[in-house]
Design a protein around this ligand. Structure first.
Ligand SMILES: [Zn+2]
Length: 361
């Protein structure tokens, strides 16, 4: 299982998929689902949905994870061919300068670099200043606006950090868009595990536009009317010196559940999970002798926060894998946590009873 997750994650990390432009990620996943013989479809927003029909007496479950990644959109092409961008999503501007990028142009992918002023010429006050996304320039080497445009790059062209995978020791994978291709790989593995098995009706959703203020999953849920929603995304690993005060989430320490998330700025939203689902995950972890970590964080948000509000309310919980360096160019996770996550979800689905009480009284 770990070898397959490694291969799938590496493949998924190599595919560009800025929010609103997830088609290439979806196409690869669709191919895998078709190979599995799992019926699937895509909605108008681009969410990829596979359904596994189950026992109608059991509550239906939507398990979802996002395909998109953060990045930039081309805003302007200067006369000298240098490209200006707007940021898309929570780009860490501290990790931005001097990075390689991929511009997904109409005629194919084009390589570029985010320019960084020659160190020898930086003034003392420039030396410790972080450039913001609107300030940066991207050089593709073309040298003129006409040449850039002839290469298929225009205003609105998606730009992502050049896909990169770094295999570290001890089952750790670092690189671009671990958030949330690791979730995509885990959900694909869960699809393989659940095919042909009894249990609740499952809607497996690879969603779009999560990094664009949480738009895709809510559309899928609106249509599917699940009783239960389980969202897979990163959990902030806090086992590094700079994060130690924020919790007890250890990378390699197993999958996690979120007991509280709240953005606390901009989008004032978050999730306090349904207690029956907390118990379900805890009981499953205990029965399978899996470690289960706990997260409670302000500053974190997933699209589950909108899904939970639909209809009569959807019983919801965030599950995930510890990840370091979120929204940087080199995010990092541990494959063993993904294996544990798939086992946890698979076991939890087996334990959902026909008369599961989801009303709160
Ligand atoms: Zn994410």
């Amino acid at each position: 299982m770990i070898a397959r997750l490694r291969a799938d994650l590496k493949t998924l990390m190599a595919i560009p998929g800025l929010s609103g432009h997830e088609e290439r990620v979806a196409a690869w996943l669709r191919g895998q689902l078709n190979d599995l013989g799992l019926p699937n479809r895509t909605d108008r927003l681009g969410n990829l949905i596979a359904t596994i029909q189950g026992d109608p007496a059991k509550p239906s479950v939507m398990i979802f994870t996002h395909m998109d990644q953060l990045g930039f959109f081309v805003r302007k092409i200067e006369a000298d061919g240098l490209i200006r961008v707007e940021r898309m999503g929570g780009v860490s501007e501290r990790a931005m300068a001097a990075q390689e990028v991929t511009l997904c142009g109409a005629a194919g992918d084009i390589a570029g670099i985010i320019m960084n002023k020659a160190h020898h010429a930086t003034t003392p006050d420039e030396k410790y200043k972080v450039l913001t996304a609107p300030e940066i320039r991207i050089d593709t080497g073309h040298g003129s606006k006409a040449a850039v445009e002839a290469a298929g790059i225009r205003i609105g062209t998606p730009v992502v950090y050049a896909p990169r995978v770094i295999e570290l020791a001890d089952e750790r994978i670092a690189g671009t868009s671990v958030d949330d291709r690791a979730g995509c790989a885990a959900l694909l593995d869960l699809a393989r595990a659940r095919k042909g098995r009894d249990g609740p009706t499952l809607y497996l959703v690879w969603s779009v536009q999560e990094e664009f203020n949480l738009r895709g999953a809510v559309v899928a849920a609106q249509n599917l009317h699940p009783d239960i929603a389980i969202q897979i995304d990163l959990m902030l690993a806090t086992d590094t010196p700079d994060m130690a005060d924020r919790g007890e989430m250890v990378m390699g320490g197993g999958p996690g559940i979120s007991l509280y998330s709240f953005h606390g700025r901009g989008t004032l939203n978050g999730v306090i999970p349904h207690p029956a689902l907390v118990s379900l995950m805890e009981d499953t972890a205990q029965a399978l002798s899996l470690p289960l970590q706990r997260s409670a964080q302000v500053g974190v948000l997933t699209d589950l926060s909108y899904v939970q509000l639909l209809g009569d309310g959807v019983a919801s919980i965030d599950v995930g894998y510890p990840m370091r360096h979120s929204h940087s160019t080199i995010e990092c996770c541990d494959l063993r946590d993904l294996v544990g996550l798939v086992r946890l979800l698979d076991g939890a689905l087996d334990r959902i009873p026909a008369a599961m009480k989801l009303e709160r009284d």
